[in-house]
Design a protein around this ligand. Structure first.
Ligand code: ZN
Length: 315
């Protein structure tokens, strides 16, 4: 399996995103950057530098549905498009799915203490779609599936950062295309996203993410090709460091709680006083992740008031 990396600019704080051309029996590209003209140029020249043309690409494989990864599926009108079932809903810009998102976020904001009058202004599902492509999947991948045209390359479901996240594990070379599961310089955010299965309630993204790291830790990885930044080699060591750091940050939230009974919004204000108003969704997701972690590890408990608002307190 030969892998060529393409660095693609994004308009997001994360900086460049990586795409990978993989030559097996089929010629595939893993992730395609956001749908901006700058990203299109980088993609085109990157494919050329690897010795191919845009139209040579036979398959686009997506690690997850976020716009920095799933934009330019539209640039490959004849290629197969493969990814998680959740991804398909985004690429279809499915109206019912968008309404489900908006309702889901409205309910979460309300139950975590955002005043009713701020809720409508705080839900921006459709803005996220601007740089996402519009070609639906031609094939849905499930956990454990082999990628067509790449014998031994398996999709492994690793949810948490996104509800559509896969890593791709090559059983022969022990290389892994890792999406945003583990990155060189940053810790991916455990974003709260509505689950595909509408009957299961809110996902506990940080717990899901930690479980996904555990899946990765079990693999004897030689090299990980990441969605942002450099390749990674010593995966177990990095995972231990990241989990330790996350535990310390969660314990900081535990300290901030003091003897009070607080909503997620109140904890978020204490944790991120400077940025909480400008980055409400992100900071609430992070805080809620810490609270879920503390509750799962029996440091704290939560109760739901008659008004349907969750309050968190030390045990
Ligand atoms: Zn990303």
């Amino acid at each position: 399996m030969s892998i060529y990396k393409i660095e693609i600019p994004t308009p997001y704080a994360v900086g460049d995103v990586n795409a990978f051309i993989v030559k097996g029996d089929a010629l595939s590209i893993f992730d395609v950057g956001p749908k901006t003209m700058e990203a299109y140029d980088a993609l085109k020249w990157g494919i050329r530098a690897a010795g191919f043309d845009m139209q040579d690409i036979e398959q686009v494989v997506l690690t997850h549905h976020h716009p920095d990864h799933a934009g330019w599926v539209d640039a490959f009108p004849y290629a197969e498009i493969l990814g998680h079932a959740y991804n398909d809903k985004w690429l279809r810009h499915d109206e019912d799915f968008l309404r489900y998102h908006e309702q889901f976020y409205s309910e979460r904001l309300l139950e975590h203490g955002v005043p009713q009058e701020y809720i409508a202004k705080s839900v921006h599902v459709r803005r996220e779609l601007e740089l996402v492509g519009e070609r639906p999947l031609t094939q849905i991948l499930e956990d454990g599936d082999e990628v067509p045209g790449h014998p031994g390359l398996k999709a492994i479901e690793t949810l948490g950062h996104a509800q559509s996240h896969f890593i791709f594990w090559d059983e022969k070379t022990h290389h892994v295309i890792g999406g945003d599961l583990l990155l060189e310089k940053i810790t991916p955010n455990p974003l709260i996203e509505p689950p595909l299965d509408r009957t299961v309630g809110r996902t506990k993204s940080l717990l899901q993410y930690n479980a996904s790291l555990e899946i990765l830790r079990q693999l004897p990885v030689k090299m990980m090709h990441t969605g942002h930044g450099a390749e990674l080699e010593d995966i177990p060591l990095l995972i231990v460091k990241r989990l330790e750091r996350q535990h310390q940050q969660s314990m900081k939230v535990f300290e901030l709680l003091g003897d009070d009974q607080l909503t997620v919004v109140q904890v978020t204000k204490r944790l991120y006083p400077a940025i909480f108003q400008h980055q409400l969704g992100l900071t609430l997701s992070k805080t809620l992740g810490h609270l879920d972690y503390l509750e799962a590890n029996e440091y704290i408990t939560s109760t739901k008031t008659e008004a349907g608002i969750y309050l968190f307190q030390r045990k």
